[in-house]
Design a protein around this ligand. Structure first.
Ligand code: HEC
Length: 112
């Protein structure tokens, strides 16, 4: 019985860790500590920028150069947590993370 459990664990652990993508590893990991969820921020971006292209572009810009002026977060959040630190991800990683973020929360295609 012990052997079977070990075998199952050995098979499933890599499967689960493969699921921890760049978005989960980077964005979610840090955002977990914040009171404002990533989905709330996403909808703010969607409301303001509306199209897929513009939302992604605005996100890319903000993540690379977070600025008070372009931030959509409230005054309280910024005072309490400061601006989001400039992303340490490479351009390619950032694109991938934003792609996952977009796929996760986009509402297009989900509303019938
Ligand atoms: C080291 C911590 C940290 C990491 C890593 C991080 N964030 Fe943030 N993020 C913050 C904090 C703090 C704020 C709130 C302050 C602000 O808005 O700048 C924030 C704000 C945001 C906002 C709102 C921006 C705005 O207009 O104010 C979005 C969208 C966002 N994060 C998405 C992401 C995505 C996507 C990733 C991964 C590529 C990511 N974050 C990685 C800490 C982080």
């Amino acid at each position: 019985m012990g052997r079977l459990t070990v075998t199952i664990l050995l098979i499933t652990i890599p499967l689960f860790s493969a699921d921890v993508n760049i978005y989960e590893r980077n964005c979610v990991k840090c955002h977990e500590k914040l009171p404002v969820s990533l989905d709330k921020f996403f909808f703010n971006y969607l409301l303001k920028y509306s199209s897929e292209r513009q939302v992604k572009q605005a996100l890319r810009k903000y993540l690379k150069h977070p600025k008070r002026k372009s931030s959509l977060a409230t005054e309280e959040i910024i005072l309490r947590y400061g601006l989001m630190p400039k992303s340490t991800l490479s351009d390619a990683e950032l694109r991938e993370a934003i792609e996952i973020y977009w796929e996760k929360y986009k509402v297009f295609g989900k509303i019938e």
